[in-house]
Design a protein around this ligand. Structure first.
Ligand SMILES: [Zn+2]
Length: 434
């Protein structure tokens, strides 16, 4: 596999730190001068731009929370005048007021460069047909991937999300080779291919997929790779930082390389907010050091993972983040126990019993929280005798309970009875929240 920009992706780490320090100084100065809201936060903490010289000084700076973007909705955190802003994206606002992000022309160039790096890491080049099934629109997925794919000279198929049968027809007719969408949608596509009697390994030209925008497990990767006969690469990003392309896996599929010449990463304890030593599991925090319109400082992502600074065989020197294992705000607290949907997914796929379509339903009965896990069976499993199903329910429950340390109920459902999503899968129904 190639490397798009070896000068930066394989940069000597000492030089990289220097570069980060210089870019951090400029960014802090920019934000302090242009964003009243953040200047006040710095003043409250008693820190001035002059106090920030190297990467080590980062921890003197205040954090930025999603709530800050909501409080300054829509443009209050922007660090460039609006006549320099050439594009707006926004989050869906499913968990509160939507957050708005902006880009200058230079920001779009940087984003395009980052995606070019990501697609190259996934093995794409100008001979490829990049099938962009991420949604186009206010969501950053579609347009984000689009420009990077054009930059490497690939042929972009800007199909956007939805209309699954048409997606597959187009893949077949147009010769899509690289699929980009959410991992749960990739599985849905695989399922629909089966129904249409299309064998992706024979009838399609797909060779790799770049999947992101939601956390997924190793088991889910295996499932996608086996069903489609492709290499499944994890891409990570969030609109507040830039969109997809903050980090990407290489062909070794062993952690996602963070684009450190543009973002400084920290891992903190989400409770105490203290930075954690290398290798610890904690919350990812990013600082943008090259953006103009919205360079957020120490942004709390809520994503939980681990960093790995060991040298990677691919030659990139950028630090790697492990797969995101959950979000500190997706985390459910059930009877005092922390539960991440990804734990349930691992428990299910480990057993190899069911397709990874599942939902957690939490209810409060009296004063007690009840967890019920709905799991779809595979078609062959469901045609078996009732006793088989009972046995499977028992096995799944046992596996989940031993992982969570929490009792639960398991309900096996008919194949395809859990609603499919064309974007992010809905894994949790929390009926305790009114
Ligand atoms: Zn690598």
């Amino acid at each position: 596999m190639g490397i798009w920009n070896a000068e930066y992706e394989c940069m000597d780490r000492e030089k990289l730190m220097e570069l980060q320090g210089e870019r951090l100084r400029n960014t802090v100065q920019r934000v302090y001068s242009n964003v009243n809201y953040f200047r006040q936060k710095m003043k409250d903490k008693g820190v001035e731009p002059g106090d920030i010289n190297t990467v080590q000084d980062l921890r003197k700076l205040p954090f930025t929370y999603k709530q800050d973007l909501r409080d300054t909705y829509p443009y209050g955190m922007f660090s460039a005048p609006m006549d320099e802003v050439v594009r707006i994206h926004a989050s869906t606002g499913t968990t509160g007021k939507r957050t708005v992000v902006g880009y200058t022309a230079k920001d779009i160039d940087i984003w395009t460069e980052l995606i070019a790096r990501c697609l190259t890491a996934a093995g794409a080049d100008k001979s490829d047909f990049v099938h962009v099934a991420y949604g186009y629109g206010l969501f950053t997925g579609g347009l984000g991937v689009h420009y990077g794919a054009e930059k490497i000279g690939a042929t972009v198929i800007p199909i956007s999300g939805g209309n699954t049968k048409r997606q597959i027809e187009i893949m077949q007719d147009f010769g899509s080779t690289i699929l980009t969408c959410t991992p749960s949608y990739a599985l849905y596509l695989a399922e629909t291919m089966k129904e249409m009697n299309i064998d992706p390994k024979k009838d399609l030209k797909l060779k790799a997929g770049v999947f992101g925008a939601e956390p997924w497990t190793e088991e889910m990767r295996k499932e996608i790779e086996e069903q489609m006969g492709i290499m499944a690469i994890d891409i990570y990003g969030l609109s507040e930082i830039i969109g997809p392309g903050v980090s990407i896996e290489c062909e070794y599929q062993n952690g996602l390389h963070i684009q450190e010449d543009h973002f400084i990463v920290e891992i903190i304890d989400p409770e105490t907010e203290e930075p954690l030593p290398p290798g610890s599991e904690g919350e990812l925090v990013f600082t943008c050091i090259t953006k103009e319109a919205l360079p957020l400082i120490r942004y709390r992502t809520r994503d939980i993972c681990r960093l790995n600074s060991e040298k990677c065989e691919c030659g990139r020197t950028q630090i790697r983040m492990g797969k995101v294992t959950g979000r500190s705000d997706d985390m459910l607290i059930i009877r005092g126990v922390n539960v991440f949907p990804s734990q349930i997914e691992s428990a299910l796929l480990e057993l190899g019993l069911s397709s990874p379509h599942y939902q957690l339903v939490v209810e409060r009965v009296g004063t007690l929280d009840n967890l019920e896990v709905h799991v779809e069976m595979t078609p062959d499993m469901f045609s078996d005798a009732v006793r088989q199903v009972e046995k499977a329910e028992h096995k799944i429950r046992h596996n989940i309970e031993s992982i969570l340390g929490l009792t639960c109920r398991v309900r096996l459902l008919e194949p395809k009875s859990i609603q499919r999503s064309e974007g992010k899968a809905k894994r949790v129904i929390d009926k305790r929240v009114k």
